[in-house]
Ligand binder design. Sequence first.
Ligand SMILES: N[C@@H](CCC[C@H](N)C(=O)O)C(=O)O
Length: 292
Amino acid sequence: MTSQTAPRVLVGHGTENDFVVLPDPDGRVWPEDRLDAALVRRLCDRRAGMGGDGVLRVVGSAHVPDAAGVLGDELSACEWFMDHRNADGSTAEMCGNGIRLFLHVLVSEGLLDRATCEAGVLVGTRGGPRRVGATADGDYWVDMGPAREFGAGEAEVAGRTFAGRAVSMGNPHLACLTDVDVDGLDLTGTPRFDSGLFPDGVNVELVNVLEPGAHVRLRVVERGVGETRSCGTGACAAGYAALVAEGRAEGTVVVDVPGGRLSVQVTPTTTVLTGPAVLVSAGELCPEWLAG
Ligand SMILES: N[C@@H](CCC[C@H](N)C(=O)O)C(=O)O
């Protein structure tokens, strides 16, 4: 079979935020009109598809029509582009767990050598270029740039109202520090929020502080997905909010999520997220399923 009839597909996760990964180096396997929102929803379906919180297309930036617009002068510095889709088929500007898995896939698929990966590379995203690299112990880090706070807001979720900070990590977040035990919340519903503050929707983080400015527990309801077991950009927003609550502009915060543990290092100009990336399986999509 050729790649035209049976495209390669991988499944992996970062702290159990899981993704269907589609290698497409020269952009010929999954052009925009083929990988449309309906197919993304089918791929992410946990019963009738591969199953995942989203899709990551691994594509050369030169083959993404709108890459020049988001990467500007740095287009040529970003050989690769993380084309991220949420499970509902929508696109997002950034994905902190996904971009670590993206780098892991570049190496495992032989598209990037390990030494370059360890040194760190710029990857294009719809939120702009992000530097990503590997740690000596096999984890991955990504520099998201500074957390940008743009107001205060509220979300109604689990029958309660939570107040939080509106924070952009490239994508929008409402990071709510709360004394309500987040482990006891039913997060199956859709959060209500101020669409004036968040015209493009929002990811809602509910955060218990375990150690002020140093350690938090997080649950998250993601835009375009629902509750997930982890959100890397959400962890960054939560880490930033936990530090600001202590009057600090920098520090390192351990973020426990249902799917594991992440580390977030904040300075006024950078937010470095570190955590694992795990590949679970690799194979081919069945042409019969694709045609269905
Ligand atoms: N899980 C991701 C974020 C994915 C995008 C998000 N749902 C959005 O729409 O902004 C992460 O690890 O950051």
